[in-house]
Design a protein around this ligand. Structure first.
Ligand SMILES: [Fe+2]
Ligand SMILES: [Fe+2]
Length: 269
């Protein structure tokens, strides 16, 4: 049987409240043109989890031209509003978004199984509460979503915090319990998608492809990078991760990396 073509548009760190309207409008036009199978929205939809920011994010999501799998980021929690942060951290998220921040979101279709989990935490033992974490309950939910699906399907895990750091992001830290997660996901998953660092790159960790995308449409630029999103094309045992960067008034392909899969493990082509 011919393998399915899967095209994922990966967007993150929209940060409504700090959005650039012209970039947002052009991104919507571009997404209509590239016609992805699915859009992975990797968290930080808002800047301060304010009601108006969630409303703007909701309006944007409603215009997306393909099924979207949406997970929260640390900015989608009430920042210094401590009562809200501890007592009802996901109240606003739940009012405006359809995904349950306490569960796993699954999107499955021909040739693709994608699972989204919430890696943001309202508090952690680490002094930097912006760092996220994956827990065993979430790993079990991911495994359950993958079990029983054809192994040749593209299996994707979507979170906000990174499973792979670039040089400029070393001080920001990996998602908590990334080692446990990778042991769990090795040879069971294909692709891990994240955001948070506002820098775009991809690479291999433990036989999995990791794609980190930039901030899609906010002015919170990091590492000297402009706005960007990532476009991932997979067919059978081949995958290409391309970064589409903002240049003046449109998105252009900045780089493109090819990966191949052998015996359920990926490597750079
Ligand atoms: Fe962010
Ligand atoms: Fe973040």
């Amino acid at each position: 049987m011919k393998p399915s073509n899967v095209r994922i548009a990966q967007i993150a760190d929209l940060h409504f409240g700090r959005d650039v309207p012209a970039v947002a409008e052009t991104l919507l036009t571009e997404l209509r043109e590239v016609a992805p199978t699915m859009i992975a929205v990797c968290g930080d939809l808002t800047q301060t989890a304010a009601k108006a920011e969630f409303e703007a994010a909701r309006e944007f999501l409603d215009k997306l031209p393909a099924p979207a799998l949406v997970v929260p980021g640390n900015h989608d929690l009430p920042g210094w509003r401590f009562w809200s942060r501890f007592a009802r951290p996901w109240r606003r998220w739940s009012t405006h978004m359809t995904s349950d921040p306490r569960g796993a979101v699954v999107h499955a279709e021909d040739g693709l199984v994608a699972v989204g989990v919430n890696s943001a935490r309202s508090w952690t033992l680490h002094h930097d509460w912006s760092r996220g974490r994956i827990n065993m309950r979430q790993l079990t939910a991911i495994g359950a979503a993958f079990d029983g699906t054809p192994r040749d399907d593209l299996r994707v895990v979507i979170a906000h915090h990174p499973f792979l750091l670039n040089e400029a992001g070393l001080s920001r830290g990996l998602v908590g319990r990334s080692g446990l997660a990778l042991r769990h996901l090795r040879r069971r998953a294909d692709l891990l998608l994240g955001g948070h660092l506002h820098m775009a790159y991809s690479g291999i960790v433990d036989g999995l492809v990791v794609s980190q995308c930039g901030t899609a449409l906010s002015d919170r630029l990091k590492g000297g990078e402009p706005n960007s999103y990532s476009l991932i094309d997979a067919t059978g045992d081949r995958m290409t991760v391309a970064t589409r960067r903002w240049a003046d008034d449109r998105f252009e392909t900045h780089d493109s990396v090819d990966y191949v899969r052998t015996d359920h493990e990926w490597r750079t082509a």
